[in-house]
Design a protein around this ligand. Structure first.
Ligand code: PMP
Length: 387
């Protein structure tokens, strides 16, 4: 029986979402720019979805821009804002544990005349506010800090960082993909100016993202064409996916509070049991300020890759390192930023629960994991203790 415990890297689309999407892939498939009835229907869906997503994060309807995914949203936010505001300054602040898309976008900006400060984190992956404020200069135009980390699940003090940026007149962007649907996000409370979301992270279809752009924040488009999405993101809108994201946001709004309690129960039982049953195992990330569905462990003396393969043999899907670049052999930049040695970072395992997990999935994992670790340690020249 297969067990899926890798919800951070991808989520199955909720069947209730699929059902809503189907007509828009066929007889209701239209282009919102067309001036006939099918076009009108597409426009209605587009605007209704914009309103539903806005409600979900406490925004206004016309502050929502649909994109092809969170990578594009992050690009539009950082590059679009940098280009538009380069007369005001050329300095951007991020953290050392941002998602790979943010890291690579800022490398690109550095090659194009911008300077970037990368704020360190503590051993749990938390960013201290002073570390940000002491890097601010009169050239700083933007701060970009992820709402929560997509690997270790540590949640940042977003409201405080937002307030700091607002007080200093700096635009604040957050990649909220890891946090969305797991902790309540309110762009006004959190003083957010730009925010990336992804449809799939709330059980909508892949290949659709959102950039929240607060009224008054000026950015340049990166994709130029017919002027859709207020000219910020041209191209015919993916109406079926957008209809799906509307339903996904509504369901998430209704179910999040109870669902996160259930996931948290799984997470807490898993962490307690693993640390108890497996000697020389440690939790990566913050003990309490972490996403309710995330457990991230380090096992001395074994490699994450061999762990993954052993789980694969048993048809259990788990993850190591970053879900978005896990096929590279480089240790995770996030784990290195916590102060872990390369071999420690390589011996890590990420488990993320989600909507379709059952009690039996957790029990299967709890039966399997200690045995796998034991077997790998017996074979490992790195493990110096008795197995
Ligand atoms: N940001 C975070 C925090 C992510 O986890 C991901 C990957 N799910 C992305 C951005 C990029 O999303 P996508 O691959 O859908 O563009």
């Amino acid at each position: 029986m297969s067990v899926y415990l890798d919800y951070q890297s991808s989520k199955p689309v909720d069947p209730r979402v699929v059902e809503i999407m189907l007509p828009y892939l066929h007889d209701k498939s239209g282009n919102p720019s067309s001036l006939h009835r099918v076009g009108d229907t597409a426009t209605e869906v587009l605007e209704a979805s914009r309103a539903a997503v806005a409600r979900f994060i406490g925004a206004e309807r016309d502050e929502i821009i649909f994109t092809s995914g969170a990578t594009e949203s992050n690009n539009l936010a950082l590059v679009g804002h940098a280009l538009r505001n380069k007369d005001k300054g050329n300095h951007i602040i991020i953290s050392e544990i941002e998602h790979i898309s943010i890291l690579n976008i800022t490398k690109y900006l550095e090659k194009n005349g911008f300077t970037v400060s990368r704020v360190p984190v503590d051993q749990f992956g938390r960013i201290a506010i002073e570390k940000i404020s002491e890097r601010v200069t009169d050239k700083t135009i933007m701060v970009s800090i992820g709402y929560a980390n997509n690997e270790i699940g540590t949640i940042q003090q977003i409201e405080t960082i937002g307030r700091l940026c607002r007080d200093k007149g700096i635009t604040f962007h957050t990649d909220a993909v890891a946090a969305e649907g797991l902790i309540p996000i309110d762009v006004k409370r959190d003083n957010i100016d730009l925010m990336a979301l992804s449809s799939n992270d709330i059980y909508g279809p892949q290949g659709l993202g959102v950039l929240y752009v607060k009224k008054g924040i000026r950015i340049n488009p990166l994709i130029i064409g017919g002027g859709q999405e207020r000219g910020l993101r041209s191209g015919t809108e993916n109406i079926a996916a957008i209809a799906g994201m509307k339903r996904a946001a509504e369901i998430m709004g209704e179910e999040m509070a109870t669902e996160t309690k259930r996931l948290q129960r799984y997470r807490d039982r898993l962490i307690e049991k693993v640390l108890d049953l497996v000697p020389r195992s440690y939790l990566n990330g913050h003990p309490t300020l972490r996403l309710p569905n995330n457990a991230h462990f380090r096992f001395e003396g074994i490699e994450g890759e061999s762990l993954l393969l052993s789980f694969k043999e048993k048809d259990i899907a788990v993850s190591t390192g970053s879900a978005c670049s896990s096929k590279t052999l480089e240790p995770s930049h996030t784990l290195i930023a916590l102060g872990l040695l390369h071999e420690e970072a390589h011996g890590s395992l990420q488990i993320t629960f989600g909507r379709f997990n059952k009690d039996s999935d957790l029990e299967t994992l709890l039966q399997t994991l200690p045995q796998i670790v034991k077997r790998l340690r017996k074979l490992s020249p790195l493990y110096k203790w008795e197995v």
